[in-house]
Design a protein around this ligand. Structure first.
Ligand SMILES: [Zn+2]
Length: 299
């Protein structure tokens, strides 16, 4: 029984000899069991293949989406950056405005001269965030900063409402068209002697004859020659504020004269201790020279 064979005869159409295949019976039995298993296996593999193929196409879609999202994030990041820089400009503006308007409070003045920018808002730049996402961090920072800024501006509004004459006295404009060539502070003297000297004003270079406008309303207290300054105009704006304009080529006002904001008071020149045509601009608060740049609100 175990050695039984099945014989399959193959009879060709032409006159060749028929061929015989002897297949052991056990092989037939094993085949009957194995074939359905192989068939099931083939179907499983086929289904698997189709699933994987669909996954591959989905993956490709996701990659595309991912690329687009990354581009979006970059776009948001650059918009955030520009929001941040405008916020910074507003903060700066607000800080200056706050500082110069706080002049009304004489008790705080000496403190302010020591720390020119009371950047309460800038100090509020928060780093306290748990997120690792840079975009989220920036959003948090910007939200906090704009909140601080809003508060600050609100305080300013309260402070400024009803203070028109005081505002009019503040030297918030650049007194002449031209380039800032030398700032307030200690510098090596431009006269070539190598000495370090305190420069108590701001130099704005311009061609000879460029008009100098007073940045605030006031009264002329001096107009004439002063050692080192050449032909100089000094203006009293009230509230302890004075502005000086040195090295002018021509003076257009007289002592005692009342002037309006923006009025032309002199022309740029090269008089006195000067190495080129410019106006030497000083701002004094209670007779102490301060950095004029902190008062200029325009760019
Ligand atoms: Zn100067």
């Amino acid at each position: 029984m175990a050695n039984r064979f099945y014989t399959i005869m193959i009879v060709p159409e032409n006159a060749q000899k028929p061929r015989q295949l002897h297949i052991p019976a056990w092989l037939i039995r094993v085949s009957l069991i194995l074939l359905p298993i192989l068939f099931l296996l083939a179907i499983t593999i086929l289904l698997d293949y189709r699933y994987i193929a669909s996954q591959v196409s989905e993956n490709r879609d996701l990659q595309g989406e991912n690329r687009k999202l990354r581009q979006d994030v970059q776009l948001y990041q650059s918009r955030l950056d520009s929001m941040e820089s405008s916020l910074e400009r507003i903060e700066n503006f607000s800080s200056r405005l706050k500082m110069i308007t706080n002049l009304m409070d004489r008790d705080q003045l000496s403190q302010q001269l020591e720390s020119p920018l009371p950047s309460s808002v800038i100090a509020e730049k928060t780093t306290d965030t748990k997120s690792n996402n840079p975009v989220e961090i920036n959003f948090d920072q910007i939200t906090n900063r704009s909140y601080g800024l809003e508060q600050n501006l609100h305080e300013l509004y309260e402070l400024l409402s009803d203070q028109r004459s005081f505002l009019n006295a503040l030297p918030t404009k650049k007194p002449a068209d031209g380039v800032f060539t030398s700032g307030f502070g200690v510098r090596v003297s431009p006269m070539g002697d190598g000495a370090e000297k305190m420069h108590e004003g701001l130099d704005i270079a311009g061609s000879i004859g460029t008009p100098i406008h007073t940045p605030a309303a006031g009264t002329i207290i001096f107009a004439g020659k002063k050692s080192g300054y050449g032909q100089i105009v000094m203006v009293d704006h009230g509230y302890g504020l004075e502005t000086w304009y040195g090295h002018t080529s021509r003076i257009l006002v007289k002592p005692g004269q009342k002037i309006k904001r923006g009025q032309t008071i002199a022309l740029i020149g090269n008089s006195g201790r000067s190495t080129g045509a410019h106006v030497h601009y000083e701002v004094h608060v209670n007779n102490i020279p301060v950095d004029p740049i902190n008062y200029i609100l325009e760019n």
